[in-house]
Design a binder for this molecule. Structure first.
Ligand code: MG
Length: 363
């Protein structure tokens, strides 16, 4: 290409990306500058803000490790589960594991261990290289709830990595579940769970359930009598960026401000909840998609009014509505509006502000 045509291409591109009368959308949100986090030399190395739980030297960060060994910078599973001394809420966790090189046993008996998030939600560790077992019990499974989306297990003796992105369950003040735990995870760089909502904990002998054990919990590594090895364990505590609204969103056309057309506005909900004609004060109201996904919850004020802000991230979609009264009050709501599984209330949201009043009756 000659110098002249190059110059021409450059000019055309420049015009294409900066039209003269651009209308700009401005959010009206003020964001904190994201913190600088120096990454590790490789993606498997701990970033600057990570808490290193095991670097091959000692078990200082763990309880119960008296019968575990350190060999060649790796932690070898011994008798009993080990548990991190620190407790965590929402996290990014990196952990590496290797099943014994000599593949002994079969099914659940070969290279079995497990990473227990918050001490009770297990992502399975198992030698699943040419080793058949039940799908929701193989390597990477959320034990007895979901198989991994792929089996990316390396041969026994080789190192596997799990990169886990964990959102804790959230509970309302009265202890009822507001939103489940979610897991996204990669096994050796292969996505195995994509925002999977857990059904509860993962015991062997009963169905999953949620118990409110508080907002944080430790990480535990399972002893299933197989000498699985672990190395390079680090964790980062994570929190979503939260904006401050400094004004309503708008369009800037040249230097003229214009409001956002209604059909382009983000979804928000406002309304009032009454029970037998009286405002439901201090109650909770939740909107959940019928098939998985994020639940949006808020509380009602003294007049029974509630608002889900336009910044909350709701979609134009169908939501099941659950409503509960304030803990300790005698207001009796119809049972059928109180649980996501039994509610007969649902709403369909559209762009802009949605007004939904709920007039409940109870005897
Ligand atoms: Mg296990």
């Amino acid at each position: 290409m000659t110098q002249r045509t190059l110059g021409l291409c450059g000019l055309v591109l420049f015009l294409a990306i900066t039209p003269v009368h651009a209308v700009e959308y401005l959010t009206g949100l003020k964001w904190q500058e994201p913190p600088v986090v120096a990454p590790g030399a490789a993606n498997s190395d701990p970033p600057a803000d990570a808490i290193v739980l095991f670097d091959g030297k000692n078990f200082d960060e763990w309880k119960g490790a008296d019968n575990w060994k350190i060999e060649d910078g790796t932690a070898v599973v011994g008798k009993g589960m080990i548990t991190s001394k620190r407790e965590f809420g929402d996290i990014q966790l990196h952990i590496e594991w290797a099943a014994p090189k000599e593949a002994k046993g079969q099914g659940q008996g070969r290279g079995n261990s497990g990473v227990h998030l918050m001490g009770r939600y297990e992502i399975q560790v198992l030698d699943s290289f040419n080793n058949k077992t039940y799908a929701d019990g193989q390597a990477g499974a959320i034990y007895k709830q979901s198989p991994p989306m792929a089996n990316a297990t390396r041969p026994p003796g080789e190192w596997n990595t799990y990169d886990i992105f964990w959102t804790c369950p959230r509970y309302a003040e009265d202890g009822t579940l507001e939103s489940p735990a979610y897991i996204t995870a990669m096994h050796n760089g292969v996505l195995i769970h994509n925002h999977f909502p857990l059904l509860g904990d993962t015991p062997f002998n009963r169905p999953p359930r949620y118990d409110n054990f508080g907002p944080k919990g430790p990480i535990s590594l399972q002893d299933h009598t197989n000498p699985v090895r672990y190395r390079n364990i680090w964790v980062r505590e994570i929190k979503p960026a939260v904006p401050e609204r400094v004004r309503e969103p708008y369009l800037l056309d040249g230097n003229k401000e214009r409001p956002i057309p209604t059909d382009q506005k983000p979804v928000s909900i406002t309304g009032q909840v009454t029970i037998n004609g009286q405002p439901l004060a201090g109650g909770s109201i939740s909107f959940s998609p019928p098939v998985g996904g994020r639940t949006f919850s808020t509380t009602t004020n003294d007049r029974g009014e509630y608002t889900i802000e336009p910044t909350a991230g709701m979609s134009t979609s169908l939501y099941n509505v659950t409503i509960q009264s304030k803990e300790g009050t005698k207001t009796k709501l119809p049972a059928k509006v109180q649980k996501p599984t039994t509610t007969d209330l649902s709403v369909r949201t559209r762009a802009g502000t949605n007004e939904f009043d709920f007039e409940l009756e109870s005897k």
